[in-house]
Design a protein around this ligand. Structure first.
Ligand code: C5P
Length: 404
């Protein structure tokens, strides 16, 4: 089973969110989303349509958000009866989840006949919509027309997923899970520093086979690589990760190519490199691979066993040496003299930027402390969680990209 995607322990860019809940069984998943947001110190104002209250009670959301739940256009408590305007003022985003086919139709046509539809019209912040419905309702031409209209109006459409539906059918129409909705809310608030840039990353360890059941690998988890992929996608990049064996889940909006050995990783990178603007080598690539892989399992004997290893291809150095190389970023995990060894590596591989860290700090851990090495010298960053660090590194990379 996959590890969860990098956990959002904080929700940068989100202070207050309006969650609009419409009538659908997926409303129960929004209870979990409310909990995740509150845990990340976000103030959540839940607004329910009448139909939504038939599926989950307002009391559930009130208990989770710690705030009154709004259900009625005429009972928002504002002195001047302008509560529908007040609710969305100062909010960072409005997310309608689940969004029923009927509510999507209302939004697409600008109706304002209840509190939620009215505040969606009156809002100043961005609007995200997570549809949830039966697969035929989703596929219906009218729904598709309405969704296309909302997308053209600048509304973010999140999902839906394909899978088992509440009606016991299987197909497209399942609402995204709470962590994916949280990730989309956070992404909506990140500056689009890599808008349209094609970003290729390597992540995780490689595995060099000795025989059919044994091999050489290392302690890299892939957490830093996938955190960077998530941050680059949040920043508007078109992101592909070539990953060695890693249990980390793929962040939404990121394309993943799974490989095993260094040779496979190199091949997967080389076929994609021509079309990319930024290459980030985060993978802990094996430096050596067995000179020959045994086709049958090696038998144990009382004698010492000698394995002959040959060097692997240096993927990052090969990419950086290309005539039209993308902007190349390397990582260096060192056990001592981190900055000196890192700078030597940066020069040898001819990289504009290298991120150096202590191997003991980085491999497998959820936090990291790094130094950026470039032509201007060494820039130390404080210790932080890998996702926060990834967002910071994306900003540092974006700022160094050649102006096109
Ligand atoms: O030489 P070293 O392995 O310490 O360099 C680390 C950097 O080079 C990392 O960015 C890593 O992804 C990349 N690398 C590579 N191919 C290799 C070895 C390292 O791309 N064979």
């Amino acid at each position: 089973m996959n590890d969860p995607a990098p956990v959002a322990e904080t929700a940068p860019g989100l202070t207050r969110v309006v969650l609009g809940v419409t009538g659908g069984i997926a409303a129960y998943k929004v209870a979990e989303l409310t909990r995740l947001l509150v845990k990340a110190s976000v103030t959540v104002d839940v607004v329910m349509t009448d139909a939504a209250t038939r599926f989950v009670t307002a009391t559930t959301f009130q208990a989770l958000s710690g705030r009154p739940v709004l259900t009625d256009l005429w009972q928002t408590g504002a002195d001047n009866a302008m509560g529908h305007i007040g609710v969305s003022r100062g909010a960072d985003a409005v997310l309608v989840a689940p969004a029923s086919a009927d509510f999507i139709a209302k939004l697409a046509h600008g109706h304002a006949d209840d509190l939620l539809s009215t505040l969606c019209l009156a809002r100043e912040c961005s609007l995200l919509v997570a549809p949830a419905m039966n697969r035929q309702m989703w596929a219906n031409a009218a729904t598709q027309r309405n969704v296309a209209q909302l997308a053209a109006d600048g509304v973010a459409i999140l999902g839906p997923d394909t899978g088992e539906l509440a009606c016991n059918e299987n197909g497209e129409g399942r609402m995204l899970e709470a962590p994916a909705l949280l990730a989309a809310l956070i992404a909506s608030r990140q500056p689009k520093l890599l808008a349209g840039k094609r970003v290729l990353l390597t992540a995780g360890p490689t595995f060099e086979a000795i025989d059919p059941v044994r091999g050489i690998t290392n302690a890299s988890s892939g957490k830093m690589g996938f955190a960077l992929a998530q941050a680059a996608a949040e920043a508007g990049g078109v992101v592909t990760v070539v990953a060695g064996p890693s249990a980390v889940a793929t962040p939404s909006g990121v394309t993943r190519v799974d490989v095993t050995s260094t040779a496979q990783m190199a091949d997967a990178v080389m076929v994609r490199i021509g079309a990319c603007d930024v290459f980030i080598g985060v993978a802990a690539v094996a430096d050596y691979t067995p000179a020959a892989t045994h086709e049958q399992k090696l038998k144990k004997t009382p004698d010492a066993l000698t394995l002959t290893l040959k060097p692997t291809v240096d993927i990052l150095a090969t990419v950086a040496a290309r005539a039209k190389a993308p902007y190349c970023v390397g990582f260096a995990a060192e056990s001592h003299d981190v900055e000196r060894h890192g700078e030597e590596k940066r020069k040898r591989k001819k990289l504009p930027l290298l991120i150096a860290n202590r191997a003991q700090d980085a491999l497998g851990s959820d936090e990291n402390e790094v130094t950026l090495l470039d032509d201007g010298g060494a820039h130390r960053l404080p210790r932080m969680g890998k996702l926060a660090l990834a967002r910071r590194l994306v900003a540092e990379i974006a700022q160094r990209l050649p102006r096109s």
